[in-house]
Write a protein that binds this ligand. Structure first.
Ligand SMILES: [Fe+2]
Ligand SMILES: [Fe+2]
Length: 170
């Protein structure tokens, strides 16, 4: 995977200016320790936020709020493996909204983005175009991240088997 980490923020100053206070928040930094789709939740959020920023800006939408909402859409601290998969899918947008409200002042649009990003799983329909955009980018990013991790797992397994046989039949 191309290094995403903090690169988006470092390379794109306009993006960084919009999200700086969130990225530097000590509670948000804790997401660097939490696994999510095989990468860290911090990196997943950064990916979704950056693509939201690019697309909503291009479409002349409210890109500042869209970007900030996207960055906070999975702002919760438990590993999804701790909960049953269905419960995690269903409930985490509410936990994310609760946390986001605790640490940041949110607009109605940002709240809507966080609350509805699991539509249609949660059946809470987005009220804004920006919310639909985050919902779609989140789905695409999640698939991309899972496929990447699966490919990495397959490659590692293949290398392990190759090493095993090369030692055994040397
Ligand atoms: Fe989510
Ligand atoms: Fe997500």
């Amino acid at each position: 995977m191309k290094k995403i980490k903090d690169n988006y923020a470092i390379l794109d100053k306009d993006f960084y200016y919009i999200v700086e206070d969130i990225l530097e928040n000590e509670n948000f930094q804790k997401l660097k320790e939490i696994k999510h789709h095989g990468i860290t939740r911090y990196n997943h959020l950064l990916r979704v936020a950056y693509h939201t920023y690019k697309i909503s800006k291009k479409l002349d939408l409210k890109f500042v709020e869209a970007t900030r909402g996207a960055l906070l859409h999975d702002f919760f601290f438990y590993e999804t493996e701790d909960d049953s998969a269905y419960n995690a899918l269903k409930n985490h947008s509410f936990y994310a909204l609760e946390n986001a409200r605790k640490y940041f002042e949110l607009t109605e649009l940002e709240k809507d983005i966080i609350k509805t990003h699991m539509f249609p799983v949660t059946q809470i329909r987005p009220h804004y175009k920006e919310s639909y955009i985050v919902d779609i980018i989140d789905d695409i990013s999640s698939c991309y991240e899972r496929i990447y991790c699966f490919r990495k797992y397959l490659l590692n397994t293949f290398l392990f088997i190759l090493t095993f046989f090369s030692i055994k039949f040397r």
